[in-house]
Design a protein around this ligand. Sequence first.
Ligand SMILES: NC(=O)C1=CN([C@@H]2O[C@H](COP(=O)(O)OP(=O)(O)OC[C@H]3O[C@@H](n4cnc5c(N)ncnc54)[C@H](O)[C@@H]3O)[C@@H](O)[C@H]2O)C=CC1
Ligand SMILES: N[C@@H](CC=O)C(=O)O
Length: 811
Amino acid sequence: MKVLKFGGTSVGTAENIKKVKEIVEGQKGQIVVVVSAFGGITDRLIRAAHKAAEGNPVYATDIDNIIDDHLQIIDTLFPDIAANTAIRNGVEPIFDELKSINKGVFLIRELSEKSLASISGIGERLSSKIIAAYLGARWFDSRLYIKTFVEYGRVHADLVYTYKHLREIQPQLADLSLFPGFISSNARGENTTLGRGGSDYTASILASAFDAEMLEIWTDVDGFMTADPKVISRAYCIEHLSYAEAMELSHFGAKVIYPPTILPVYQKNIPITIKNTFNPSAPGTLINGRQETAGQRQIKGISSIKSVSLLTIQGIGMVGVSGISMRLFASLAAKNINVILISQASSENSISIVIDSSQTELAKMAIEQEFKRELSERHISNIIIDNEMAVVAIVGENMKHTTGIAGLLFNSVGKNGVNVYAIAQGASELNISFVIKEKDIKKALNVIHEAFFLSDYSRLNLFLVGKGTVGSRLIHKIATQRDKLIKNNSLKIRLVGLAGRNSMIFDKEGLDPNTAIEKLEKEGTPGDVSQFRDKIIEMNMANSVFVDCSASDEVASLYLSLLEANVSVVTANKIASSSSYETYRKLKETARKKGVKFFYETNVGAGLPIIAPINDLVRSGEKILKMEAVLSGTLNYIVNSVSEKKPLSQVIIEAKEKGYSEPDPRIDLSGTDVVRKALILAREAGYPLESSGVEVEPFVPQQYLDLPSLDLFLEKIAELDITFEKRRQKALAENKKLRYAAHMTANGKAKVGLIEVDHKHPFFDLEGSNNIVLIWSEHYFEHPMQIKGYGAGADVTAAGVLADIIKVANV
Ligand SMILES: NC(=O)C1=CN([C@@H]2O[C@H](COP(=O)(O)OP(=O)(O)OC[C@H]3O[C@@H](n4cnc5c(N)ncnc54)[C@H](O)[C@@H]3O)[C@@H](O)[C@H]2O)C=CC1
Ligand SMILES: N[C@@H](CC=O)C(=O)O
């Protein structure tokens, strides 16, 4: 025999009830069906009853509407007049009862527990009669067999009597029998209920009493998911759970099954299958007593509860005093307050508990009353209440005796800036629960899911500033590389925010990179970058990365606050790392402390790997003694491209057009860009160089750089065309070439300026806009390490920024 339970949505409409019929008719052997009330009816009944108790006459209309909805379902399911009349006659007395109890409540303005139990059970009485007639099943009144008693103000099933009654009627069961879920009665024969979700419990009690071979819970999801799919879109259905795992997951918020349901079938070792009425071919989740084998996932699922409060009592007078916990929990139990989580420090200095937020005041009063003396004598100093909290739990039998689970869990939430307020883990190692702020729940669930369920891919949420030469190519690369990154690196990069100088757009699900710039221009909301930063922090998304493709100091000034908010920063903009050494140090230290990344590889040599190899040398204990480099793509392009036919002024414009120069080319021509790069290289090599320690010879005389506007500069710079060409010709006559070079030594000094190199010098053959860096260290002494290649340009830089972004994900 099998017991099949169909919940409210499964029997929410006549169409759905037809699906139920197909499922039932597809079964073999003896079947017992349990049904809930039609979807939403129980809530509507309870609301109407409360209105009646408040003296609100609208209750009567609400009841009429409930009755009409049932009649409509009857009319759709029973088009045949005789059958229709028969079922209408069958339910008419229940409609009358509903009206008269509510009328009584309305007249005396009082809704007793007894009346409420009678009213709220009417939904199941009606649905079960209608569905039994439609399926041709023998109908049984659960109230006659499922008996309850009250303890601590709560209704409990009296399983001894219940099993006895049910076994007595077992011989009367037909091939297809149907019981209403949820409803029961007490020893005096008065109506009671098994509590919300009680239909699952009814089905489990029947399965246990009748020794069923299987209990099937038919609902509107495919089964237990690895996490709440409304929060984690990548959550997927769990194929198998042990009873204990299912109990833990459902207790902690996974509303797939009502937690007490598991006990009756567990005691008989009857398996449960969770199935989807709307997707019956899906395998669902099987719950049984099978032990997990090694090699399977350590974590089966993540669940969470919101709207809870963390209540902490603390005081040094509690240390070593026995009976404190007993009195605390007894005082809460006396007020019917359910404790969701308990955490106590081994010092016994404090006990933290989590309770439903609606019971906070009641709990505080109960504790204050119980510990009146201890509070007045300051043995207990404080009762602290943190509201708007959430509990997150990871569940899995395979966690037992496996090291590193807690480490991975708290590392993943910690580096995303989620603060953990309390932790609880039982010695059974089946569940690790912890308390966080409710606002962090989405972020926490996302990062934990990513850390433990690596089945698909990691995600990065990008917030990009700058859609110019480099930024626009980066967006293009994100669009073109997307599929490859998912396939080869299991990484999904989502552009969730984009900002220009005065406007911004956001999309939590990810902007389409092919149209993001156009969308920003058309639909962007006005605002500056500090507002962009505030919104990033407010969005509080997991794995957030801020990407700076501007040349703005205003943007660079935001990095610290972003890193402090656990947002990683990837930047092509050199301003931050080349400003004061203290700023550079603080940014790196903050990133390290917060467990986020601060990457700026493109600051020197664009897409060339220069910073990473220097870091590797330093980390391996190498002392860097000297560096010589050509670090300006623009200036190298200029010295290589000026000719008799092509004057300096024309080549400067070309360098800008080719995307080599800074937005303002005077930054290159003054030597500032190379100074910035030299500062960064020296600092990466371990020398706290400041810009005052760099001797600079600008590429063009200072008087041109002092001109009031860029336009004027570009107009006047032609005056230098002849002088520059002469200098170039003179060097050429001596078989030499001009190079704008940087020179850094271990004494912490640097020099930047135009030099002449002969054919033996490694700079001599440096073509186009290429860069070169020579590094002398203890081991690279006679022959320096050389890094050489394209040193500027939108595509190589965008590729370098993308490489830094990928590095953030550690894939
Ligand atoms: N072009 C190259 O080869 C390389 C460039 N870089 C760096 O890349 C960065 C970007 O360079 P390009 O794309 O050539 O510059 P760009 O001028 O073409 O683009 C910069 C973008 O940033 C935006 N922007 C500027 N100030 C802003 C602010 N306060 N708020 C929001 N947006 C702002 C501008 O509107 C523009 O869209 C620069 O810092 C540059 O030094 C780094 C390595 C190589
Ligand atoms: N303007 C820079 C671009 C790279 O940083 C250069 O010319 O090298």
